[in-house]
Each structure stands twice: as structure tokens, then as C-alpha cells.
Design a protein around this ligand. Structure first.
Ligand code: TIU
Length: 224
């Protein structure tokens, strides 16, 4: 087991039984003209998570850990998109509407792709999810169980929406989860800070919070 300093206490994990889950680092959320921008957000705020996500992915790959990427999006016929989800947001540009990166939040379109800097490599599962949580209506849970995964390191965007929803789903399924705080970001910096604080409060009610510097130091120390 490796121990990383974390809040509210050290997080112990076995790299062979831990997966790094990188949530929704897609052009639709991080680049102008996508879903995030259509909701009225300043998408440049999410760029801060790209470098730390890269560091976490590189460290996990070097340690031989399972790296899983997720993407939020829908089938082209929108049959998996709840009407209540489509109806929310700006009426001028909704899920399925055309945009500069193709149809908004639709699988197969340019905006649905993971940003180039964090592109998955061969052998890394990509989970396409219709909801905010990565467990809802996806293959993620059996994939983790089949590989004997019992702990997750979680990164990505946005901290208080898809990262939090996934973390809560994972926690209720018995996975021990540490959020890499600097590898997450939100359109609302105050929500990012509050979301991280919620995880580690109450003795770690949903999990642990740590960062990529602590992760890389721990993994490099393990190999030294
Ligand atoms: N809007 C927002 O903050 N997030 C999302 O809609 N999806 C994710 O967080 N991926």
C-alpha cells in the first residue's frame, strides 16, 4: 500500500487495485462554442485542470495503474437524453443543436472529444455517459469490479457537477475515493472550493482530497 497525505487523513491505496478516473475533459466543456459556453459559462476557467490532469495521467501510466476516461454526451437521436435535461439551458443553443464543434453534447461530434492534451491511449477505457455521474447507465461498475479495483483517484470537470456526482455514486458503491483537487476545475471557483471542502468535511464524509504533487511524490517514492 502507498500512503498519500490528504484531507482529512492520509489516503492509502494499492496501485494495482486503484484506478484514475478522468471525468469529462472534453472540448464541449473546455473550449469556446461547446456545451459549457452555451450555458453561459467562461470556459477558460477550466483550463487550469489540464496540466494537473496530464501530470496525474502520466504518473498513473508510469505506475501501471488503470486509467479510465469519461465523456458526457448523447446518442445522435437523443433517445438517451431526458427531455428535462434538453429543456434546461439557453434556448438558443441546446443539447443536439448545431455549433462550431458540431452538435452540442452529441457523441461522435468534435466537441464531444477529449481535449488533445489528455487523449486516451490504447488500452484505456473510455466511458460514454448520458448523465452527470459516471456510474449511471454505464459499464463503469462491472469494469472496475472485474479488475478488482477498490479505490479511485478522481480528476476532471466540473468539480461540483460531474466530479461530485461520480464521487457520490462511487462512495455509495463502496469504493474509497480521493479527489485530486488541483486536477479538477469549475466555472465557479467558489463552488470548486466548496465542493472539495464538502468531500473531506465530517471526517471525510464522501472521501479524501489530495493533489497531483502529493500523488506523484508518493508514486515516485514507491518506485525509488
Ligand atoms: N455544467 C457543468 O458544470 N457541468 C456539466 O454539465 N457536466 C460536467 O460537469 N461534466
Amino acid at each position: 500500500m502507498i500512503e498519500i497525505p490528504a484531507d482529512p487523513s492520509a489516503f492509502a491505496f494499492d496501485p494495482a487495485r486503484t484506478a484514475l478516473v478522468v471525468i469529462d475533459m472534453q472540448r464541449d466543456f473546455l473550449e469556446p462554442g461547446g456545451f459549457g459556453a452555451a450555458l453561459g459559462n467562461d470556459v477558460s476557467l477550466l483550463a487550469a485542470a489540464i496540466g494537473p490532469c496530464r501530470v496525474a495521467i502520466d504518473a498513473a501510466r508510469a505506475a501501471g495503474m488503470l486509467v479510465i476516461h469519461t465523456r458526457e454526451g448523447h446518442r445522435p437521436d437523443l433517445s438517451d437524453a431526458p427531455p428535462a435535461k434538453i429543456a434546461r439551458g439557453a434556448p438558443s443553443r441546446r443539447i443536439g443543436d448545431p455549433g462550431p464543434m458540431g452538435r452540442i453534447l452529441v457523441r461522435g461530434e468534435a466537441g464531444h472529444e477529449i481535449v488533445a492534451a489528455l487523449a486516451p491511449i490504447a488500452g484505456e477505457p473510455v466511458i460514454d455517459k448520458p448523465g452527470k455521474g459516471a456510474f449511471y447507465a454505464t459499464e463503469l461498475e462491472p469494469m472496475l469490479r472485474h479488475r478488482g479495483i477498490e479505490a479511485l483517484l478522481i480528476a476532471g470537470v466540473t468539480t461540483e457537477v460531474c466530479v461530485h456526482t461520480t464521487l457520490r455514486e462511487a462512495n455509495d458503491r463502496g469504493f474509497r475515493c480521493a479527489v485530486l483537487g488541483d486536477a479538477c476545475a469549475s466555472y465557479f471557483p467558489e463552488f470548486h472550493a466548496a465542493a472539495l471542502a464538502m468531500v473531506s468535511a465530517q471526517g471525510g464524509i464522501f472521501g479524501w482530497v489530495t493533489d497531483t504533487a502529493r500523488l506523484t511524490a508518493a508514486l515516485e517514492g514507491d518506485r525509488a
